[in-house]
Write a protein that binds this ligand. Sequence first.
Ligand code: SF4
Length: 280
Amino acid sequence: MRRYLEQDATRALSPTGGFLSAFSYSLNPYLGCSFGDGGGCPFCYVRTLPVAHIDGGRWGSWVIAKRNLPQLLERELSALQQNGKLADSTIFMSSATDPYQGMERRMKLTRAALALFADYPPRRLLLQTRSPMVERDIDLLVRLGSHVIVSLTLETDDETVRRRLTPTSPSVARRIATAKRLRQAGIFVQLAISPMLPNRAVRFAQLVAGCADRVIVDTYVDGDGSGGRRSRALGIPQLYKRLGYEGWFEQGAEHDLIAAMRSRLGQERVLFSRDGFNAL
Ligand code: SF4
């Protein structure tokens, strides 16, 4: 059973670095994550971080909304503006959850944050999600204009793979439709193939060609922040073996996909791992 809670937070923006070295802050309107069939996505490295143990329940079975986030964020953005730092600020939303949790329908914390960013635009806001719910906020994303990049995660083109590995995530077709709608509204759309799951390279490239301004390909080994150690600890190689996906975990498994994507979209629109996520 899932638990949905509300709490007050002490701040909205957290200084960041490491893998996200181009970003000044991360913003997580929620703690926990309800994607992933009560256990979270099998590859979710967040479950290995201290934040995954705040509630005490199993990762993927609880979500805590930071109910005072709008008040905190307005105060912090106003202070950044007064200090002359807002125009240089770069914000990643969100690094340890998806900002479009089911709870967002009721809490509207992500929407409130976007409205504040439209009033206090940073240099760049990267909004990363796998949820079609982002379409609800197209009006605010249009207001943000060149200050925002929407990064939609789409780990594979293969529905069978998606159903086997992340069965409660939105379908490939639904996410492609969202990317198209955002792009038609003039919003810069990045497709984050992160982590890359088993796929059909040429077909995948055909699928995304018309609906992304940019594609980032990331792998377990390059993208989990530990050279693949975290993903190994999560049992991904064993899971792949059970499912008959041997070889897809290994370094270099991404080469065919990158080549197909570059051939279809052009070299400069297909970026890799950390360099890609930090290309603002
Ligand atoms: S949606 Fe993201 S944060 Fe949530 S369980 Fe999956 S990988 Fe983790």
